[in-house]
Design a binder for this molecule. Structure first.
Ligand SMILES: [Fe+2]
Length: 287
């Protein structure tokens, strides 16, 4: 097991770059990528989670902890944003600071939410928005009733996870919305579960032949470093809410020792295979 202590992380590196520089992560991920068994652009699963209950409990959590907008340079407090929700994890040390349930939703000093891997020595990036693994503390809302029960199925350390609600009755959520990239599957492996939706909402992944409507009763995973976006094909008055579960597949956060440590999957199983095998979360059946 490799252990890397948070106190040793320099300010100019994200947690991920620091991990890569101090381990054989890149060799290990190269090795498992050559042996991947399931090659799909998007991975589709079914589940039996109670969506009505989850939908109710999410609305209750919003009433208790707020429904926050995505913050950016243009919308510092995110108030006018049609891209909303609340965090399931957060970073209490985030720079610039944002409250517990807004912490993962963008950043008020950034104009886009494109993931950028490059770092420069003069720039502080530790605990900044792009530092995905910095967002590893569970929020109060993440333990609210059936949301907490659902997350009990997750076996790895949750990072940068959230409830995402889109209001499709605004032009910015329609076909002119830009594509973006997020962190790759080794940094964060995502399971995206639709809770409420409507037909006009589609997931648009550059590598898919056409946009795909993500269905209730299903859960999805894909390589989030591929260009993608969610849009409403036409103005839609019903909002769309998904749970975005995001985990660190190979490195677990050790709260007591304040270190990141490798788990039994490190260098053994590709994160996508881990989703298939139920190592990321229980309750999913591959379609
Ligand atoms: Fe994304």
């Amino acid at each position: 097991m490799i252990k890397l202590y948070k106190k040793d992380q320099p300010d100019h590196l994200t947690t991920w770059r620091w991990i890569v520089q101090n381990s054989d992560q890149e060799e290990q991920q190269q090795k498992v990528s050559e042996n991947i068994k399931h090659h799909k652009i998007i991975y589709d699963f079914t589940h039996n989670f109670d969506l009505d209950q989850l939908g109710n409990d999410i609305e209750e959590a919003k009433a208790l902890y707020g429904e926050h907008g995505w913050s950016s340079n243009n919308s510092k407090d995110g108030k006018g944003s049609p891209y909303r929700g609340f965090g399931l994890t957060w970073n209490p040390n985030k720079k610039p600071f944002a409250n517990e349930h807004q912490s993962v939703l963008g950043s008020n000093d950034r104009s886009t939410f494109t993931y950028e891997a490059s770092e420069n020595l003069n720039e502080r990036v530790k605990d900044e928005h792009r530092d995905t693994l910095g967002f590893s503390v569970r929020t109060k809302a993440s333990n609210h009733k059936s949301i907490g029960t659902l997350l009990d199925n997750v076996n790895c350390t949750l990072v940068k996870s959230r409830i995402s609600t889109i209001y499709g009755n605004t032009p910015v959520m329609c076909t002119s919305r830009p594509f973006h990239r997020d962190a790759n599957v080794f940094i964060g492996t995502r399971v995206n579960i639709p809770i409420t939706t409507d037909k006009p909402y589609v997931f648009d992944l550059k590598t898919l032949p056409e946009p795909l409507h993500l269905k209730l009763g299903h859960a999805y995973s894909w390589d989030t470093s591929t260009l993608h976006r969610v849009i409403s094909m036409r103005p839609c008055n019903n909002p769309r809410t998904h749970i975005v579960i995001n985990v660190s597949p190979w490195w677990d956060w050790n709260v007591q020792e304040e270190c990141w440590q490798t788990n039994e999957f490190y260098g053994q199983i590709h994160p996508i295979e881990m989703v298939y095998e139920g190592h990321i979360m229980k309750g999913l059946t591959a379609v």
